[in-house]
Write a protein that binds this ligand. Structure first.
Ligand SMILES: Nc1nc2c(c(=O)[nH]1)N[C@H]1C(S)=C(S)[C@@H](COP(=O)(O)O)O[C@H]1N2
Ligand SMILES: [Mo]
Length: 204
């Protein structure tokens, strides 16, 4: 079996799901900058802050309660700007709408800034987070997230390149102004829509 298959070599119905310039992979690669953090859930929390009516801070136990109250399960394709795509990834966790319902972003909020361990950030236009397929994932493919895939919790934003799906999430900031994140400040596109091939700064 080949690990990476060119779009041109795929059956048409599969090729239609793989954006231009991408290769299909059956395996799930691990990709990030820096070391995998070793997180103790007992010392972990998730903050929601910025342009909101209610700033919040959840412990791991509290987050699990939110997960028990309102579960989201989505199947989504994952596209990394380094050109691999993985189809039918299953993610489970807390619908982003739960965060919105509890924190109540103000009308001024136009961007979501994901904050992760070690200072990694990713900026996302808020409309992508208000879709049904955005969630805080605690599980992938039926298993709790492994350390390298973002344990204990990561953001998942399926319609954008996977660098926006911040692993080892520690904060969700709602912001009136855009705040380019780690990859965005390092030459990558500010929005990152794979169907428009928005890979690098300067792409349309
Ligand atoms: N905290 C953090 N999250 C991150 C990254 C990172 O460097 N740090 N890299 C992103 C990139 S570029 C990709 S492609 C996906 C990969 O997710 P995976 O390792 O679970 O496949 O994670 C994203 N989330
Ligand atoms: Mo990536």
């Amino acid at each position: 079996m080949k690990f990476f298959t060119k779009k041109d070599d795929l059956a048409p119905e599969i090729a239609a799901r793989v954006p231009k310039g991408q290769y299909l992979t059956e395996k799930w690669p691990v990709l990030h900058y820096g070391p995998v953090p070793n997180i103790d859930p007992k010392k972990w929390d998730l903050r929601v802050f910025g342009a909101v009516e209610n700033e919040l801070r959840w412990s791991w136990d509290e987050l699990q309660q939110l997960d028990a109250d309102a579960k989201a399960l989505i199947t989504a394709d994952m596209h990394c700007v380094t050109t691999w795509s993985r189809l039918d990834q299953k993610w489970e966790g807390i619908p982003f709408s739960v965060i919105v319902g509890k924190a109540k972003p103000t009308p001024a909020a136009k961007f979501v800034i994901a904050h992760s361990e070690h200072g990694f950030t990713a900026n996302i236009p808020i409309e992508y987070c208000l879709r049904d397929d955005c969630l805080i994932a605690l599980r992938a493919n039926g298993e709790p997230l492994s350390a390298e895939h973002g344990r204990p919790a990561r953001l998942v934003v399926p319609p954008l390149y996977a660098w926006k799906s911040a692993k080892w999430l520690r904060g969700i900031e709602f912001s009136a102004t855009d705040k380019p994140g780690f990859w965005e400040r390092n030459g990558y596109h500010n929005t990152g829509d794979p169907w428009k091939e928005q890979r690098y700064w300067g792409d349309d």
